[in-house]
Design a protein around this ligand. Structure first.
Ligand SMILES: NC(=O)c1ccc[n+]([C@@H]2O[C@H](COP(=O)([O-])OP(=O)(O)OC[C@H]3O[C@@H](n4cnc5c(N)ncnc54)[C@H](OP(=O)(O)O)[C@@H]3O)[C@@H](O)[C@H]2O)c1
Length: 305
């Protein structure tokens, strides 16, 4: 089968399309998916550059790619819910598996997949699984009651956009910090807009019930959280020490087909917008990595076979 692969760390130029990988076979509890679309994430660039700070379960060569939208093509033993020709959505927790979805076929645990949203093109749906679940799990960690206030940095980014939408659905009062040009998007999600600056919110008091820091501004934001509030960092090494009774958490997104199924329903009802910045074929994956590295991307950078 064809797949995007790299055999050495480096710039986007190390990405190649290989045509001779064996089609993977599902083990018990797994299904094989014929991939229609996947997405590039910031962490993919970090791993490709050899800058990911923790050990990975397998060495080079790697096939990158977390998110999957596609069609079940083969089913292993002991898979109850999915059958061949089901349209599915989910993600490979790549840092744990190094099983990549920038491939014609990918084998995943059936428990990581759910029915794809009906009537949504695969290139749009592929933007949902990892980042939608990251946003959902960030808010789940905080467990804020309706009416609570939450400050979201990187609010116009992929996880940030989903966080604003889910905050609105949960009845939270969100404030989004983003670039000046992102005001319309942030406000469209029912959030108050704050333009980004060196000082996140000049003169602001410790008034927010919680912060979700997706722009990796860091522990200086703790001063904006009320005593006993909550704080979610974008990754485990960035979690600050708790002070003033503030509970601090770090994102570590996990597959969850039930929660993803809830997000799919919110996509189908129009409550969660999906944004696509560009669609790239396997052969243009290097250009997709360049695009994401440049910054200013609003929407998923989608990879299709
Ligand atoms: N640990 C996990 O499980 C997990 C899962 C998913 C994502 N993440 C992490 O979460 C973060 C966000 O991911 P993403 O996919 O949403 O990335 P993204 O789409 O690139 O979003 C990041 C956003 O932050 C903005 N930004 C940068 N500096 C800022 C500042 N000082 N103030 C306000 N906004 C600022 C960026 O704007 P510009 O583009 O204009 O610079 C961009 O819109 C990344 O660090 C990612 O690695 C972690």
């Amino acid at each position: 089968m064809r797949a995007v692969s790299y055999a050495q760390f480096g710039g986007p130029e190390v990405l190649r399309v290989v045509a001779d990988l064996p089609v993977p076979q599902p083990e018990p509890g797994q299904v094989r998916v014929r991939v229609a679309a996947s997405v590039v994430h910031p962490v993919d660039l970090m791993v490709r550059a050899g800058r990911f700070p923790a050990p990975l379960p397998a060495g080079l060569p790697y096939v990158p790619g977390w998110d999957v939208v596609g069609t079940v093509d083969a089913v292993g033993q002991s898979v109850g819910d999915l059958t061949v020709n089901d349209d599915v959505i989910g993600f490979s927790p790549w840092l744990r598996t190094t099983v990549g979805a920038h491939a014609e076929y990918v084998v995943l645990d059936a428990a990581w997949l759910t029915a794809a949203p009906v009537g949504i093109p695969a290139s749009e749906a592929a933007t949902l699984p990892t980042n939608g679940l990251a946003a959902a799990q960030a808010l789940d960690l905080l467990a804020l009651p309706a009416g609570s206030s939450v400050l979201v940095t990187g609010a116009a980014g992929q996880v940030g956009g989903f966080t604003l939408a889910l905050a609105r659905v949960a009845g939270l009062h969100a404030t989004g910090i983003a670039a000046a040009g992102d005001r319309e998007f942030v406000e469209s999600q029912g959030a108050a807009f704050v333009p980004r600056s060196d000082d996140p919110i000049p003169g602001a008091a410790a008034s927010f019930d919680a912060v979700v820091d997706l722009a990796v501004i860091g522990s200086s934001l703790m001063q904006l959280v009320r005593d006993g509030g909550g704080y979610v960092a974008a990754s485990p090494p960035l979690r600050p020490e708790p002070v003033r009774g503030i509970r601090t958490f770090a994102l570590n997104v996990l597959p969850d087909s039930n929660r993803l199924g809830e997000l799919v329903k919110l996509v189908e009802s129009g409550d969660i917008p999906l944004r696509v910045a560009g669609v790239y074929s396997f052969t243009d994956t290097a250009a997709a990595h360049h695009r994401l590295a440049q910054g200013g991307v609003r929407g998923g950078v989608v990879i299709v076979p």
